[in-house]
Design a protein around this ligand. Structure first.
Ligand SMILES: N[C@@H](CCC(=O)N[C@@H](CS)C(=O)NCC(=O)O)C(=O)O
Length: 207
């Protein structure tokens, strides 16, 4: 085992994106191993048989195999002067994160990849449900506070925890997304798409 944590990751995976962004924000030095989902490294599967990324292996051998656990661990290491983790723990933010990972992801997958599901409902149903369960509540949260981020004036772990999924949703049909009556959310997304933390998390590794 090395002296820095090892992250098994996949560049375009939204769960892995939020884990990388949290590790970077918290200033944690880590090695990243990009994997192919179709050909997962046996060493990763030996440590985490469920076979999803991200997986973080700590120098003492501890394995964190859920993205939110990796985020929590990263921010607990002391590199969280701005309280990104603490400010994510409000009941409203926790509810948004839970909806994102649950119902929103369910509808997002069926909107983005309809061919993968034997479903009686069509794509339009799923994209409207995705708007109703998460995007409208996000819009309300951002507007009510009249603040740019879910964490307030500054981002918090929930901004990073949700952003990669909203990005995926918007990217299915950017022109249609841009025409939705969700101005605060569109501005929030646009800000994250050009955020230096995101750029760093998406940097391709030299091979
Ligand atoms: N609950 C997990 C979900 C991770 C997840 O589902 N990752 C996807 C990639 S985006 C994956 O590894 N899927 C396995 C596969 O496609 O074989 C987490 O939060 O880390």
């Amino acid at each position: 085992m090395g002296s820095t944590p090892l992250l098994y990751t996949y560049r375009r995976c939204p769960y892995a994106m939020r884990a990388r962004m949290a590790l970077l924000q918290a200033g944690i030095a880590f090695e990243a191993q990009e994997i192919a989902l179709r050909d997962k490294p046996p060493a990763m599967l030996a440590l985490s048989p469920k076979g999803t990324v991200p997986v973080l292996v700590l120098p003492d051998g501890t394995v964190l195999e859920q993205s939110l656990d990796i985020m929590r661990w990263a921010f607990a290491q002391g590199g969280d002067d701005q309280q990104w983790w603490a400010r994510a723990q409000s009941p409203a933010n926790l509810a948004l994160q839970q909806t994102c990972d649950g119902l929103f992801k369910y509808h997002l997958d069926r909107y983005k990849y309809p061919q993968r599901f034997d479903d009686t409902k069509d794509r339009e149903h799923h994209r409207q449900e995705a708007i109703a369960v998460l995007l409208e509540p996000l819009e309300r949260q951002l507007q009510t506070q009249a603040q740019a981020q879910l964490g307030g004036a500054m981002p918090c772990a929930v901004d990073v925890g949700i952003f990669p999924f909203v990005r995926q949703f918007a990217a299915v049909d950017p022109a249609w997304f841009a025409a939705l009556p969700l101005p605060a959310l569109q501005q929030w997304l646009a800000g994250w798409l050009v955020h230096p933390l995101f750029a760093l998390a998406m940097r391709k590794q030299a091979s």
